[in-house]
Design a binder for this molecule. Structure first.
Ligand code: AN0
Ligand code: CP
Length: 319
């Protein structure tokens, strides 16, 4: 596998059910491929903050016997320019073209985190920065959350649902929830894209105006009635995102959308999920996230197995 930027990279290769099987095997026996990455180096470049992605991907590489080098652009490396053709007389010091090529010379596999800028929808939705990085790095690249997707997160989410489901085809509800800052649509887009290919009944719910990009929700059951969506749910996945139109704007911070005990009572004893980091008592009440139905910690723990599976596929491709 040469790139992992969306579910399609698995669908076109190993396939989703094989990937779930392999991820569950790593969850069971984390060290089973401890020599696969021997003498290989994984470089991770973060243009935005991270706790889980950074630690879980490093941990995953270590379980496969690979070395990792982590760089935070702008703090422990140079500030990067991503636009072509600009006169670099401002705050950026190095172009992503050279940075990617140099990292590719040092590393066998690279990961990049580059969030949506939320000012130019076309620039973000064309995945301009990620594609440039792939083009110039010369090695396999993993998205560590790009402008429109967070595939390692969605893969971990799918594995978590597999582990916790009690019916063959669970009802999974992705619900918008309020947040004080404008956040990307990446997690919601990506979760929707992966769930479309999973054996689940997916419902997406959000207030009016928060419609996701049509390319992600085409064919998906979407409703503005959160209570109706939650009825009979087996999994509630909460997430905030900013509007797609007008792009990157906050239209509402309506706390009636916060996932509370009253909301969870509408479900079929649903498990609560969130990718984290989460704003308590905005997205979800303390009572719900601290309840036994909350699976946010095992969900975050599964970030190791999703990263390990993807790294293993790439390492096998290098051999
Ligand atoms: C980011 C987002 O919503 O895309 C990262 C989530 C994994 N969240 C925040 O910036 C709070
Ligand atoms: N869920 C997730 O990607 O967390 P981080 O932003 O901390 O990596």
């Amino acid at each position: 596998m040469k790139r992992f930027t969306s579910v399609h990279d698995l669908l076109n290769g190993y396939g989703l059910s094989q990937a779930i099987t392999d991820a569950l095997a790593y969850a069971e026996s984390p060290w089973k491929d401890e020599c696969l990455g021997k003498r290989k180096t994984v470089g991770l470049l973060f243009m935005n903050p991270s706790l889980r992605t950074r630690m879980s991907t490093q941990k995953a590489a270590s379980l496969l016997g690979a070395e990792t080098i982590v760089l935070n652009a702008g703090s422990d490396s140079w500030t990067l320019e991503t636009r072509d053709g600009v006169i670099m007389n401002g705050s950026t010091t190095e172009h992503i073209k050279e940075a990617a090529a140099v990292m590719g010379a040092y590393c066998d596999i690279l990961g990049l985190r580059t969030f949506a800028g939320l000012t130019d929808r076309t620039y973000d939705y064309q995945e301009t920065v990620l594609e440039k990085f792939i083009q110039h790095s010369g090695v396999p690249v993993i998205s560590l959350e790009s402008a429109t997707r967070h595939p390692l997160q969605s893969f971990a989410d799918l594995v978590t649902i597999e582990q916790h489901k009690t019916t063959q085809r669970p009802k999974v509800v992705l619900s918008w929830a309020p947040h004080p800052k404008a956040l990307p649509q990446a997690v919601a887009n990506s979760f929707t894209e992966w769930m479309k290919h999973a054996d689940v009944e997916l419902v997406v719910t959000h207030p009016e105006g928060y419609d996701l990009d049509p390319s992600f929700v085409e064919g998906v059951h979407v409703t503005n009635d959160q209570d109706a969506a939650l009825k009979g749910a087996h999994f509630v996945y909460a997430k905030n995102w900013s509007a797609v139109e007008p792009y990157g704007q906050i239209l509402s911070q309506d706390t009636s959308w916060t996932v509370s005990t009253k909301k969870m009572a509408l479900t079929d004893n649903a498990k609560f999920m969130h990718c984290l980091p989460v704003r308590r008592n905005m997205i979800v009440t303390d009572e719900v996230i601290d309840s036994t139905n909350s699976i946010v910690i095992p969900q975050a723990a599964n970030r190791v197995v999703s990263a390990q599976t993807v790294l293993a596929y790439m390492l096998k491709g290098l051999a």
